[in-house]
Structure formats: structure tokens, C-alpha cells
Ligand binder design. Structure first.
Ligand SMILES: N[C@@H](CCC(=O)N[C@@H](CSS)C(=O)NCC(=O)O)C(=O)O
Length: 395
């Protein structure tokens, strides 16, 4: 059965779907063939060179790097594209919380030549998910909200099955039946679907809301091969010797330096060891963590699990112990420690704790112990001796 008349692209419209085999991500390049103005949707960092060479070959003028949401499974190529093709602007929804040259509100428009994308919020996989619609071509880019016969998972980040269900039904299924839908991922080799097909055959979204929520809460999907870590940003005061320190634990996102325009978008490290439990302090090479609403986090040895927030919370004392215990390999210790920023309360100096810093802290503590405790001890001994001397002489 076929739905209805297929939309054909107009003559002045260029469309290219590109694929990343590692994360199964689709990147799209769209352009006006007359003006050569172009946009890219969901570029992947590792494949930016591929995208740039195509853009250059076709003599396109890249105006915007659009992101459908903050990806959990790969680093956006936006920052690198901006470096390689100066003039192009980063774009993401305001609700994503990421910094970009342009942050989109509902129904904002992005123009390239004679064409125009309209941004429609479709939260549920993340708060900031947006579907980009190109009405005149009859297409929409659904990001991770709607996948072919499926949908984005809702068990981490800011996922919420009910919100996702409403987004799809209200904002995507309300488009004309013959609109083609292009997702951000496909894991089975499919490339495109349509509103009509998904309304009929989507394995999850054709169900009632209650059934859908049940399905989503029991997907038990493995984590994506590449997984972005959540940010922890927490302060606590601890004492080493006599000095109080405010330890600020910040998961540093490597793309912050390389990608200042999309600071919170992504960080990624290969994470094949997710099922490994960190029992031993030295066992935990990876200082980061993964959280899930349905499963307990894989906490590192310096984390404690918080049931309320369903997060691994950094225990600063354990953290310091962990850094110090790694001392058998100083280079590695320094590397690990540099992921933390330590602020000394009194002076407010920010320092990256190297091994030497910790030795210094220990020594400072010891010095203070010597300066204060030893004279007191000496005084007590002298006092006791005098008492003894007086008592002895009295007799
Ligand atoms: N089974 C997949 C798992 C990858 C995955 O979790 N993908 C995300 C989008 S990237 S955060 C997702 O929402 N998936 C939904 C789904 O039903 O798969 C793999 O092969 O890696």
C-alpha cells in the first residue's frame, strides 16, 4: 500500500544525506543551487573533513551548522566546521542549554537562499530537541525524537517518554502524510520514512500513551557505543592538615576549548567498559560516569550513588584518596588530577593539582602541625617536669 503522491524536490534544492558508521548518525547538507547558500544538520566531529571537502567541491557557502539537539553519543562537528569554514554560524535550540551563535525559539526560521527551515520543539529525548521542517520540499529532520519505526530513548539525559509521545503526536504526526522524515540515526540501514508510514507502522508510537511509557521504561538498551558523559559541578569543603579547601569538581568537556560556540554540546570518550565495576581504586581509569533513570549508575570508586537524583555523586574525600593512591604512576596521577579544579578557600587561587601540589599540601599541613602542636607539647612536658621538680624538692 502506498500513501499518497510523493513530494519531489524543487530544481533549486540540493539535498545530501551522509552517514557516520561509528555512531550511525546521519548528517545532512542542504543548499540552494542558485545562491549556493547551504546549511548542515548534525555534523559529526570525526567526519568534518569529509563534509568540508564536499562543501568546497560543490562551491557551497555554508551559512549555518544546525544541531537537532545536544547529542549524547558523539561530538558535534560544529566547532571544527566554524574553524575550517569561517563565517558559518552554530545553531541549536535555546532549551538545549548549549551556547551557540544562534539559539532557536519555537517557530524560528533559518534561511538559505530561497529555502527556509522552521524550528519546531519536539522535546522528550532531551529538553532541547527540535525538528526542523522544510515545508516547500515536504521534509522534516526529526533528530532523535522520531527514528524510523522507533524513537529516541528516554532513559538518560532529560528523557521523558510522555513528553516524547506528545511531541511526536502533536508536532510530527500533524504534518501532511506525504512529508518525508529524516532521522538523526538509523541502526538498521534505513534512510528515510514518512509521516504516513510512521503513523501506521511505528512500533512504539502507534501504541497508547500508557503502553508507550511502559515500552520506553523497559527498553533496556545498551548504552551507545560512544557515550557523552554528564556534567558534575559540585563544591565541598574538606580539610587537609589545617587548611580548608573548597574542592570544585568539574567534569571538563574537551570540546570547550576546541568548540567555544557549543560549549555544552558534547564530550565523548570511548566507553567499552561500562559494565565493568570499579572495585579497586586503581581499577578506575575513567573518572567519569554514566547515569540512567532506570539503571544504577556505573559509579567510579570515588562516587557514591544518590538514589534521589539517580546520579553518581562525587565524594571529595574518596576523590582525593583516589588521586593520591594513584601515586605509583606519577604521570598518570597528574593526568587524572588535572581533570579537577581545586580552589583554596582562603586565597581563592585556582590550581590544577599535580602530584607536587598534593605533596605541598601535605607538607604545609605537616609544617603547621609542627609549628602549633610541638610548642604545646613541649610546654606540657616542661610544666609536668616543673610540677614534679617542685614536689620532689618539697620533700
Ligand atoms: N542499540 C543502539 C543504541 C544506540 C542508542 O541508544 N541510540 C540512541 C540515540 S543516540 S543517544 C537512541 O535513542 N536509540 C533509540 C533506539 O531505540 O535505539 C546501538 O546500536 O548502538
Amino acid at each position: 500500500m502506498v500513501c499518497c503522491e510523493e513530494h519531489q524536490f524543487t530544481n533549486n534544492f540540493f539535498f545530501r544525506q551522509l552517514f557516520d558508521r561509528d555512531s550511525c548518525t546521519y548528517t545532512y547538507i542542504l543548499a540552494d543551487t542558485n545562491s549556493k547558500e547551504a546549511i548542515i544538520i548534525d555534523p559529526v566531529l570525526e567526519l568534518v573533513e569529509r563534509d568540508v571537502s564536499l562543501i568546497k567541491e560543490l562551491k557551497l557557502n555554508l551559512l549555518y551548522c544546525m544541531n537537532t539537539h545536544m547529542h549524547a553519543d558523539h561530538i558535534t562537528g560544529t566547532g571544527k566546521l566554524k574553524e575550517l569554514l569561517p563565517g558559518c554560524k552554530s545553531v541549536i535550540s535555546r532549551c538545549s542549554g548549549a551556547n551557540a551563535d544562534i539559539v532557536l525559539d519555537p517557530n524560528d526560521r533559518i534561511k538559505f537562499g530561497k529555502h527556509e527551515l522552521i524550528a519546531r520543539p519536539t522535546p522528550g529525548h532531551t529538553n532541547g530537541c527540535m525538528t526542523y521542517i522544510l515545508h516547500e520540499q515536504g521534509i522534516a529532520f526529526t533528530g532523535d525524537t522520531l527514528l524510523i519505526r522507533g524513537c529516541g530513548r528516554t532513559d538518560f539525559q532529560e528523557g521523558n517518554p510522555e513528553t516524547l509521545y506528545n511531541s511526536v503526536h502533536n508536532e510530527i504526526f500533524s504534518l501532511p502524510d506525504n512529508f518525508k522524515l529524516f532521522p538523526a540515526h538509523d541502526y538498521k540501514g534505513q534512510t528515510v520514512t514518512s509521516v504516513w508510514e510512521e503513523k501506521l507502522y511505528n512500533l512504539r508510537l502507534t501504541k497508547s500513551l500508557t503502553e508507550f511509557i511502559h515500552i520506553m521504561n523497559n527498553l533496556n538498551l545498551p548504552y551507545p557505543k560512544k557515550m557523552v558523559d554528564m556534567e558534575i559541578d559540585r563544591e565541598a569543603v574538606i580539610s587537609i592538615g589545617n587548611i580548608n579547601f573548597t574542592i570544585k569538581v568539574v567534569i571538563k568537556y574537551p570540546e570547550m576549548s576546541s568548540n567555544p560556540n557549543l560549549t555544552t554540546t558534547v564530550n565523548v570518550r570511548n566507553r567499552p567498559t561500562i559494565s565493568k565495576k570499579c572495585n579497586d581504586l586503581l581499577d578506575c581509569n575513567d573518572i567519569r560516569m554514566i547515569c540512567s533513570k532506570t539503571k544504577q549508575c556505573q559509579c567510579a570508586s570515588f562516587h557514591t550513588w544518590n538514589n534521589e537524583t539517580t546520579q553518581c555523586i562525587v565524594d571529595v574525600k574518596k576523590l582525593l584518596l583516589w588521586i593520591r593512591k594513584s601515586s605509583s604512576n606519577e604521570e598518570e596521577t597528574v593526568k587524572r588530577a588535572s581533570d579537577f579544579i581545586v580552589k583554596q578557600t582562603e586565597t581563592h587561587t585556582i590550581l590544577i593539582p599535580t602530584w607536587n601540589d598534593f605533596q605541598e599540601i601535605k607538607e604545609n599541613g605537616t609544617q603547621q602541625v609542627c609549628i602549633i602542636v610541638l610548642p604545646i607539647l613541649f610546654g606540657i612536658i616542661l610544666f609536668l617536669y616543673l610540677v614534679y621538680y617542685c614536689l620532689a624538692n618539697k620533700h
